[in-house]
Ligand binder design. Structure first.
Ligand SMILES: NC(=O)c1ccc[n+]([C@@H]2O[C@H](COP(=O)([O-])OP(=O)(O)OC[C@H]3O[C@@H](n4cnc5c(N)ncnc54)[C@H](OP(=O)(O)O)[C@@H]3O)[C@@H](O)[C@H]2O)c1
Length: 328
């Protein structure tokens, strides 16, 4: 085996991240895994051969994320790879969920928590890998279904805005919020690589991954539409064979984490669907919006300000439309 690496990772308790982590653990790499709570963490620990350094932080709680990043900075000498993989979506639900600061949860978890980790930890990392999605791109198959990704003038990312959507004007749409968050992942990667050109910053898309067992990525959508989601899973995975397996997606993530040939700078990799049961994994072009350095800088600045305000407890957002501000 190649020299063991130290990997710090979010989203290791389920799905693609879990598959990748099992492979990386088996290969003897040193793992620091950021988990939402101790129950999930214990279940993860039971599945690994070696003892991982498991840290608890709900990514919806930006203060917990900041505290954890600071603890890692003071306790950890170096990070070989920072893997920002956690993600959620609750498409099918009509009401926005928000964190304690009033920030819509998809944006807070998928994007802001990861920008915060990038701000505080990326400088000590040799490489950063970010799990995005093809749905960030309105011209791809998944990106064409429903409202397209697009951050507009980013008015919803203004400190003090009560808007649930990043563009500040679209009525809440959980599916678009997810697509927008994945667009944010790419723009964040682009800006991070401009700030830290001395390392590979890799964004990637795993393709559509629908595990057979309950839980996983579609768990929340399933509660909104149990029959429709099961039917969708069966048709997409078993009938049309449009999906990638979690194992294979985990292999792609492991490869991006370890591949010694990745050059410094930004790259975007996608697991393109070629036909039933056939994918091709490789570098590809991101959408026009995701490739715009000006948008990337603007998003970084606004996100940094939102994070800063959220951490200082200033100007909490109006939470009047939020029945639940929890993350499970
Ligand atoms: N599945 C797909 O079709 C697909 C397609 C394109 C991109 N992706 C992306 O791939 C990544 C992994 O998704 P997946 O398919 O593996 O989904 P998954 O099985 O639901 O795994 C998501 C991971 O994110 C973690 N997470 C979610 N919310 C969190 C929070 N508030 N605090 C801490 N951790 C949290 C989950 O932790 P818990 O176990 O505690 O919930 C879990 O480890 C995501 O970024 C997703 O957007 C997935």
């Amino acid at each position: 085996m190649a020299e063991p690496k130290h990997l710090v990772m979010t989203g290791a308790t389920s799905g693609i991240g879990l598959e990748a982590v099992k492979q990386l653990d088996q290969a003897g790499h040193r793992l620091t895994l950021i988990c939402r709570n101790s129950t999930r963490a214990e279940r993860l620990g039971d599945q690994l051969q070696h003892t991982a350094d498991i840290r608890i932080a709900d990514l919806a709680d930006l203060q917990a994320v900041a505290d954890l990043a600071d603890a890692l900075n003071s306790q950890t000498t170096s990070i070989d790879v920072l893997v920002l993989n956690a993600g959620l979506q609750y498409a099918g639900h009509s009401t926005p969920r928000r964190n304690r600061s009033g920030i819509e949860l998809t944006l807070a978890v998928n994007h802001l928590a990861h920008q915060l980790l990038a701000e505080r930890l990326a400088a000590t990392a040799q490489r950063v890998v970010i799990t995005a999605s093809e749905v960030h791109n309105p011209s791809t198959g998944g990106g064409r279904v429903g409202l397209p990704a697009g951050l507009g003038d980013m008015a919803g990312l203004q400190v003090g805005s009560a808007a649930a959507m990043a563009d500040g004007i679209t009525p809440f749409d959980a599916d678009k919020a997810y697509k927008d968050s994945k667009l944010c992942n790419l723009l964040m990667g682009l800006e991070l690589s401009r700030r830290q050109p001395d390392k590979p910053v890799v964004c990637w898309s795993p393709g559509l991954v629908i595990p057979r067992k309950d839980g996983g990525f579609f768990r929340d959508s399933r509660t909104a539409n149990p029959i429709g989601q099961r039917l969708f899973g069966f048709v997409a995975r078993d009938l049309l064979r449009l999906t990638e397996t979690p194992q294979r997606a985990g292999e792609h993530l492991s490869r991006l984490v370890l591949d010694p040939a990745l050059p410094n700078g930004f790259s975007y990799w996608s697991n393109a669907l070629l036909g039933p049961g056939r994918h091709r994994f490789g570098p590809t072009a991101a959408s026009a919006e995701a490739s715009d350095p000006g948008r990337a800088l603007e998003l970084w600045r606004r996100s940094a300000e939102l994070i800063r305000t959220s951490l200082s407890g200033e100007a909490p957002r109006d939470q009047s439309d939020t029945p639940d501000s929890v993350s499970r």
